[in-house]
Ligand binder design. Sequence first.
Ligand code: PEP
Length: 268
Amino acid sequence: MRKPILIGNWKMNGSLHANQALMVRVLPRLRMFRKTIDLAVCPPFPYLFQVRDLLGYTGIALGAQNASSFVSGAYTGEVSATMLQEMGCRYVLVGHSERRALFAESSLEVAARYRSVLAAGLTPVLCVGETLAERESNQTGLVIERQLQAVIDEVGLAAMANGIIAYEPVWAIGTGKTATPKQVARVHQEIRLFIANSAPEASDDISQQLRVIYGGSVKAANAFELFSLADVDGGLIGGASLHADEFGTIAGALAEASGLVASECEIN
Ligand code: PEP
């Protein structure tokens, strides 16, 4: 049984004041679902300490948006996974398409970062997905397989079971365009199949254990339909995670889609 997870990616947004205001409004809504789904928020690095305090003992986890492949040293501007671990992070996004496209992080680089996150005892959330041009030229499967293979080559298939995969079609991120349920279902199935076929001796278990979540313009209006798909184990939410009501409703949709009616969720 895979426990669903909802992760908010704040990207480069926020301020001390705005973060506090958002948490005050959203935490009571999220706490209702904390026993039935895993929840996490990923603020920018400078706010990790503040958000860790605001999360307190709510059971909602802290995550970061990236981590260096190095442990320490002369790497100006980088933040290591061990530092994130010390700050109380549990999850780290790796290979977000904005990192790949805007900051030239190659699949090899992403794989090295994935390894460092695992080595620090944290859960990497590996983002994979195709551009519009790649989809239109029927390259979706190939592109995603290459992105996954780079990480499997670096850490081995067994270690993938300790991570989460986020399917995020690049053309759907921050654009308001959401992949259709049919498109999402197909890619999630293909990801699980690719893992299952990667090392037939053990990979069946890994592919069934692995959480594969969807990201790309998820909002309250479309969350339930997407989260109801059999191979979708939750969501990575960008823009909508900055709006308390919207994010709270998306969390409710995930809990409900997972067959957990509100009365089964903890009230308070
Ligand atoms: C993201 O940043 O991972 C994301 C999915 O963004 P959005 O929800 O805004 O499309």
